[in-house]
Structures are given as C-alpha cells and as structure tokens.
Design a protein. Sequence first.
Lengths: 190, 338
Amino acid sequence: MDLSLFVKPGQRITAALWNKMAAAARSCRILAGDGVRLRQTPDGTLISCSAWTPWNHPFKVSLSGTSATIGRGLVDGIEPKIRDVPIGGEEGKPQPKLEIRKPKFDDEGRGWIAVEVTCEKEKWTVEEATIVQVDDLKSKDPLKGLHPLVMLRDAGGGAMTLFQIEYFNLQHRADVREGGKSARHFFWPA
Amino acid sequence: MTIKATAWNSAVSRLRAGRPLGGCRVEVIGTPSGALVSADPSGRFEHPWKLSARWQQEQWRVFVRPGFVNGLDPTIPMERDGEQKEIGLTDPDRPYLTPGWRNPLASRGMGASLAGDLFELPAEGYPKFFETLGVRKAAAGSRAVEAYDPQGDSERTRELRACDIVLVTPRVATNQQVDIHDPFSEAQTVTISTVFNDSYARSVESKHRLLAVAKWEPPREPTAMDRLMGQAVEPQTDEIKIATLWMVSPPNPEGGEEAQPDGTWVAFPQYDVFWNLAHAPRRQIPAVPPKPITLRTGLIGGMADSIFNAILAPINDANSKVHAFLNATTFKGEYWTV
C-alpha cells in the first residue's frame, strides 16, 4: 500500500490524497478467484476455499513397481478383466494387478496400458474387454479394438513415467469395412 | 472541516490492515478494483493441456501439461542441439512454446463503406473478467457510439495481449482436376479426377503438433463449387484451438499501447479443450485411388422441349454422381474428447 497516504499534523487533505485513499479502499475489495467462494456479511467477508480431494475416476491407473492396478471402469457397460477377474475386483477376490515385468516400448520409448475390446462377429458389439500392455495401438485382428488408458514412458534403469489418458467410462462402435475384413474402432466417453 | 492527522492515519492503518494477503494454499492478485483471491492450484486436479506460462531468460515460455490425441502426445517444434526437432510433450526435457502476441485492445484496421467513407474497425475485445482487473477499454471503432461508463477509464490502465495455442494435425488433402476432352465434337466429355497431396504431412514428421500463434483462424474448407470448378485448395491440416493465453500488464505499463509482455505481466489461460482427444478422418484413404468420373453431356441447342427433357435426365444423374464423388474425396478429420 502507498505509504504516502499517512499525513503529518497540519498537512492538508488534498483532493489527490482523498482520491488515493478512495483508490486504496477500492483495491482492498475482495474478489472471488478460482476455487474460492465469498459471502459478504456486515461483519466482514467469509472466504471459503474448495478442499481438493483426489478424484477416483474410472480407469485410474496406479503403478507400483512392476504392477499396475486399474480403477473400475466400463466399456459399453462391460467391465474389462485382468486374468479373468474384473478390474474393480470381485467379492472375495482382491483387485487384480497387471504385471509389467518386461514392459513393451516402441522405438521412442513409449508404451501403453490399454483396454482391448473383442467384438462379436455378426453385430460388432463388445463381447469382452481385457487390459493389456502394448507398444502399438493398432490391432491386426479387425474384431479387436484398442483404446489407451495411460501412456508409459521409459525413464531408463527400469523406471517408467505414467501419463493418464482416460478419465471416463467408454462407449464403443465399430466402423466395419470390406465385409468385416477391416474395421475402425471408435471410443468416446459414456 | 478539519480532520485530525491521527484520525486520518488511523483510517489509513485500518484500511492497510484490511488488505487480504495470500496465506497457506491461497493466492492473492492485487488489482485496482480489488484483490483476486484464488485457491492454491497445487492440490487440485490438473487437466490435460493445462498451460503454465513462465518468464524465463527474458522471454515468456508456455509449458503444456501433456494432453493426448489418439493416445499420442503432440510435439512442439523446438531447436535442440542446433537442429529443429519435434519434441513430444512427455519428453523428460519439457518442450515449451514461445508465443508472439496480438493486441486485442487495438483496432483491427480500417474499413470502407459503400459510399467510400473510411472508418476504423472496432478492436477484438476481451472477456468481461478483465474489466474487473482494470484492463483499459478496447478501441470501439470510429462508428461506435460511446457508452456511458460510470467507472471511467482513469482507473483502468492495464494493457492486455493474447495468443492462441493450437493443435495441428497434418492430413492428406485432395483437389479435383477437371479435364475437358473433345471440345470440337458435338458431345463434350469432362473427366474429374482426384489429386492427393500429402507434402505437409510428410515434411513435419509428427502426427500432431502444438503451435502458438498470435491469432488463430480455422482452416478454410473449399466449397462444392470450388471442387467442381477444379479450383479447390484443401487445407493440409485439421486444427483445433486448445486455449487462449491472455497477458495482463501492471497498471500504466511502460510503453503504453506498444508495451510487450515482460516478467511484470500476469498470465491468464482460457481453455477451449479440457480433455484428451481422439481424431479421425471421416473417410479412410482408399487403398486404390478413386476412379476418375467421366461425364458425357450432349450439346444440342435449339431443339424441342422433349429433347431437352431427355437431355436433362442424364445431366441430373451426372449431377448426383458429381456430388457423391466430390463428397467422397475429402479426408477432413474430426476431433472429439475421450
């Protein structure tokens, strides 16, 4: 704050000084920024800040050493599996872990943990979904479609950096070509 | 009226004591119109594409939290080891954008009326939020009627600059080649063939790039008529604006209207995209190039109506074929959030 606002005995309160005081009072008004709520009362302004808590979104991947756990998520209402156990776990069974002892990376050190859907041959609807670790998001089998959940970057020395890609449950449709010889698989948030 | 110095000074002290200050997990930005209190961002969820602008080595550098398109991190073109390279957003040595700025407060130029009068165009303007921060009024143009502003301009002396952060996906472009055969015969044959152009896609060596531009304009897609006339120039990129970065100066910055953002300015990002993206062309590029379409149009003038009708039917058929052909030869892509 401008310290020239303070006066000495006998000093005149000029228009300029008065205006400076008014500007200083104005600059002290409280405005609500990001994550803040204000409630003005006769006794003052109540400032409330949002408490940030971790968001446990669908398909949230946590990496611990060489294994990854994936939060419960759905593709067309089907819960993907790791070794035949749904990713969110089953009654009496712990949440399954995807073991990545030898992670697959492409030439630039990129790999993905992805959900792989397998479509039914006639209607091309999702029959089953599994979690896989891959170094390429293209599938050779037209009935299978891959959608990345996280990217893994090779950080050297066996370490990996994880970047979350998917935050929502998913819907899927296949765009079938050449009588089923090729297909494009589209995913979008449910 | 006499005000005692002690009374005045105690009012100033009370005012001073009432200033909000940033404490733990709270950020306070002082403005002439008030103090903007925000919760500290360190503990909150950070979405893909989140921008972080820093003043480093006498320039503004914009870092982007990795966002993904089809599971791939876009690249930023940067000089590394004396070479121009495409650096991925997930690269351990984080790439950054060095933007050029536009002035959204300045007039966009001059216009001319049908009567030949020259006039000044209004400025681009800015979101109302920046009024609260004390950004000066944007140029209204010489035709505008000035609205009464009770707050006046005297307190709004901050400058504003902006740039756009854009995601660019190189793609195959097509254009139509129209060949007219046998011009001297009574029947004229027109062949429309498709030419593919992937020179940009091959030159950039990156599937998706992030660029900072002063002002982004969406790529202009050719119309059906452009295609039919063989004048269509399809853009070789699909583009989407990720965010606009606004820079607010301190009050009365040095240089005034010509001031350029330096370390004393504050950055405010405004996002257009929050989530990761998928991108695909509406059509797949065919393994075999599309077969050229050939039309034979009878040029018989001055005949009876019945003959015209007989001629119009094949022309209408040909018209439908042309439309179908032209629509099938664009590989414009779409983005969607995933």
